[in-house]
Design a protein around this ligand. Structure first.
Ligand code: BV8
Ligand code: ZN
Length: 240
C-alpha cells in the first residue's frame, strides 16, 4: 500500500466519513446503484416538509433503517479510525455524515455526528430527547413520554442545518491532514469541507470506492474499499 505520508502524534488530523465507510457493515449507501434514494424519493423522505406532511411515512423509513442496525457491526475501516484516534488523542477529530452510530460502537470518542443519529429522537413540542430503544415504537408516530406530543427522528433532514458546523469549521482551518472516506461529495455543506481544509493549509487524502465529485481537492487518492484500504494505510501512516 503506497502512501507518501507519515503521521506524527503532534499532527492535527480530522476525518470526514460518509455512507461508504459503513457499506462493508452491510448498510446501504445513498447513491450507489442499490442506494437508499433509488427506492425512495428524497423529497418524500428526508425533508422537513415531508415530515410535516406525512410523519408516518418518514417514521416508517427511519424505523426500517434503525431496525437494520441491530444486525450491523463496525468493520475494519471503523476500527482503523479508532486506532488513529488512540494514536493522536486530542489532535484527532472524526466528523461523520453517517447516522448509524457505528463509529461510536467502534470506540471513537472525539466524534461529531453532523447529520444526527438513528438511535435518537426528540419531541417536536417540548424538545425532550430519547433513545429509540427506550420508547414505544409501535404507534405509527411515536409519542413523547413527557408531554404526549409527536416525537421525530434526531436526523438532520434536507433543508435543515447540520449539527456543530461552528465547531467543524474551526477544526477544518487548523489541520495538518484532512482525510475524506466513503463519501461521494454530493451533499452540502459536508461536500465543501475538503476545499475549506485545503485552503486552511491541510494535506488532503481520500479513500473511496469511486472517484468522488470533489476529487480535485484531494492530494492523494486511494480507490477501493475502506474496510481493506484503511487498515493497510494506517500501518504505513504510523510507521516510524
Ligand atoms: C443545508 C439524513 C442550509 C440522515 C442527510 C443544490 C446545490 C447544492 C446544495 C443544495 C442544493 N439544493 C439543496 C441543497 C442543500 C442540500 C444538499 O446538499 N442537497 C444535495 C442533494 C444537492 N443540503 C442540505 O439540505 C443540508 N442542509 O444545506 O442547510 C444551510 C447549511 C449551512 C449553513 C446555512 C444553511 C442538510 C444535509 C443533510 C441531509 N441529511 N442525511 C439519513 O437519512 O441518513 S444527507 C445523506 O447524504 C446522508 O447523511 C449521507 O451521509 C449524505 C451524503 O451521502 P454520502 O455519505 O456521501 O453517501 P453516498 O452514497 O452519496 O456516497 C457513498 C460513497 O461511498 C460513494 O462515493 C461510494 O463510491 C463509496 N463507497 C461505497 N462503498 C464503499 C465506498 N467507499 C469505500 N469503501 C466502500 N466499501
Ligand atoms: Zn414532549
Amino acid at each position: 500500500m503506497q502512501t507518501a505520508f507519515r503521521f506524527k502524534r503532534s499532527d492535527k488530523i480530522a476525518v470526514l466519513t460518509g455512507a461508504g465507510v459503513s457499506a462493508e457493515s452491510g448498510l446501504k449507501t445513498f447513491r450507489d446503484h442499490d442506494g437508499l434514494w433509488e427506492s425512495h424519493k428524497v423529497e418524500e423522505i428526508a425533508t422537513l416538509e415531508a415530515f410535516q406532511k406525512n410523519p408516518e411515512k418518514v417514521w416508517c423509513f427511519y424505523k426500517q433503517r434503525y431496525y437494520q442496525l441491530s444486525d450491523a457491526s463496525a468493520n475494519p475501516g471503523h476500527f482503523a479510525l479508532k486506532e488513529l484516534e488512540d494514536y493522536l488523542q486530542d489532535n484527532f477529530n472524526l466528523i461523520t455524515q453517517n447516522v448509524d452510530g457505528l463509529h461510536a460502537r467502534a470506540g471513537n470518542k472525539r466524534l461529531i455526528e453532523m447529520h444526527g443519529n438513528l438511535n435518537k429522537c426528540f419531541c417536536i413540542k417540548c424538545g425532550a430527547e430519547f433513545a429509540l430503544d427506550k420508547i414505544d415504537l409501535d404507534p405509527s408516530i411515536p409519542k413523547c413520554p413527557e408531554c404526549n406530543d409527536y416525537l421525530r427522528p434526531d436526523i438532520v433532514l434536507f433543508g435543515e442545518i447540520p449539527y456543530k458546523l461552528e465547531t467543524i469549521f474551526k477544526i477544518l482551518v487548523n489541520l495538518d491532514f484532512f482525510l475524506v472516506i466513503g463519501t461521494s461529495g454530493s451533499v452540502y455543506p459536508a461536500a465543501q469541507f475538503l476545499q475549506i481544509a485545503k485552503t486552511g493549509g491541510a494535506t488532503t487524502i481520500g479513500v473511496n470506492l469511486e472517484k468522488p465529485n470533489n476529487l480535485r481537492f484531494i492530494d492523494e487518492f486511494h480507490q477501493g474499499q475502506s474496510g481493506i484500504l484503511l487498515p493497510a494505510l494506517l500501518k504505513e501512516w504510523l510507521k516510524k
